[in-house]
Design a protein around this ligand. Structure first.
Ligand code: SF4
Length: 314
């Protein structure tokens, strides 16, 4: 009930990862270097607040390159782009800045290596996600198949068996992917795995932190966007780890304090594209309705950062 005591347990790490921090910085620095407008193909990261803030600074978000006037500067989002988009930008002599996360770029390289070594590629991921579209677009379409379920594995042609590698989307659930990989390896024992796990450090750490607090929480809020893959996975992971009442929340305005009736311990985390300011906004709003006590579970410390593109460092 509003006015009652509420223990808030913050998961850490949460929120912005190194790839998102870099992508947002790239847009801000490009605006300073080139002036407005700077075009950005797709949401730079999946968060409306972040996108709106950059739009207010002069970034223009577009869906495709045909919306970008000749002679413009265009930034590719953190999720990566198919090779065809890079080629199209080159053909039109657009000035491009690539904000693809280096860990997504690593997956692209693995897919291209499979292709160069004569192997077909299976991509474990979610249909329609921009990162999946970007990775699928690194090699010819008849050399890569998307795997989202065990039935997709059953449907792989038998003649792919001897020369096959796999890669994964970076923001998948660790546990679900482990199940799919088991099925994949049992059908294709000689499948070539990525050099290093493709599910990134940020996805891994945020899921582990949520798992650590889920059982202690009556309700767990994941601050994030409905189109953010890693935020949606955090809700699923929290439910599987013991907090059946786990929800995605975009902003404090989405919260109805009456919905917290009976909640004694509230867990809060944030997806990799949600800034800390939105977490603070939620806490401040709840503090206006409850007597809150705040504690933090730190699962691991993150010290990852990625360099900016050379063209912005000059
Ligand atoms: S979630 Fe992982 S892959 Fe995606 S931008 Fe962040 S660090 Fe990069």
């Amino acid at each position: 009930m509003p006015g009652s005591e509420l223990k808030i347990l913050l998961a850490s790490p949460r929120g912005f990862c190194a790839g998102v921090t870099r992508a947002v910085q790239i847009v801000s620095m490009a605006l300073k270097k080139f002036g407005t407008p700077v075009y950005v193909r797709h949401e730079i990261v999946h968060n409306k607040y972040v996108v709106q803030k950059l739009a207010d600074e002069g970034a223009v978000f577009v869906n495709e390159l045909d919306e970008v006037p000749d002679g413009s500067v265009v930034i590719f989002s953190a999720h990566g782009v198919p090779l065809s988009v890079i080629e199209e930008a080159k053909r039109r002599a657009l000035t491009t800045i690539d904000a693809t996360c280096p860990l997504v770029e690593k997956v692209h390289k693995e897919a291209r290596k499979n292709h160069n070594d004569g192997r077909k590629t299976l991509l474990i991921g979610h249909k329609g996600h921009p990162e999946v579209i970007g990775t699928m677009g690194q090699i010819p379409a008849d050399e890569i198949k998307l795997i989202s379920s065990v039935s997709d594995i059953d449907a792989i042609p038998a003649d792919w068996a001897d020369n096959l590698g796999y890669v994964t989307q970076t923001t998948l659930s660790l546990d679900e992917t482990a199940e799919l990989l088991q099925a994949l390896k049992s059908r294709f024992p000689s499948i070539v795995k990525p050099h290093q796990n493709d599910i990134c450090y940020a996805t891994t750490n945020r899921q582990k932190a949520v798992k650590a607090i889920a059982k202690k929480c009556d309700l767990l809020m994941v601050i994030g966007a409905p189109n953010s893959s890693n935020s949606k996975r955090l809700v699923e992971v929290a439910k599987e780890a013991g907090c059946a009442h786990s929800v995605l929340v975009q902003r404090a305005a989405d919260i109805n304090p009456d919905d917290l009736a009976g909640v004694k311990t509230l867990g809060i985390t944030a997806g990799a594209s949600a800034p800390e300011v939105l977490v603070r906004e939620v806490i401040d709003t709840l503090a206006g309705h409850f007597k809150i006590t705040l504690s933090e579970h730190v699962e691991t410390e993150e010290k990852v950062s990625f360099p900016l593109p050379a063209s912005l460092r000059e």
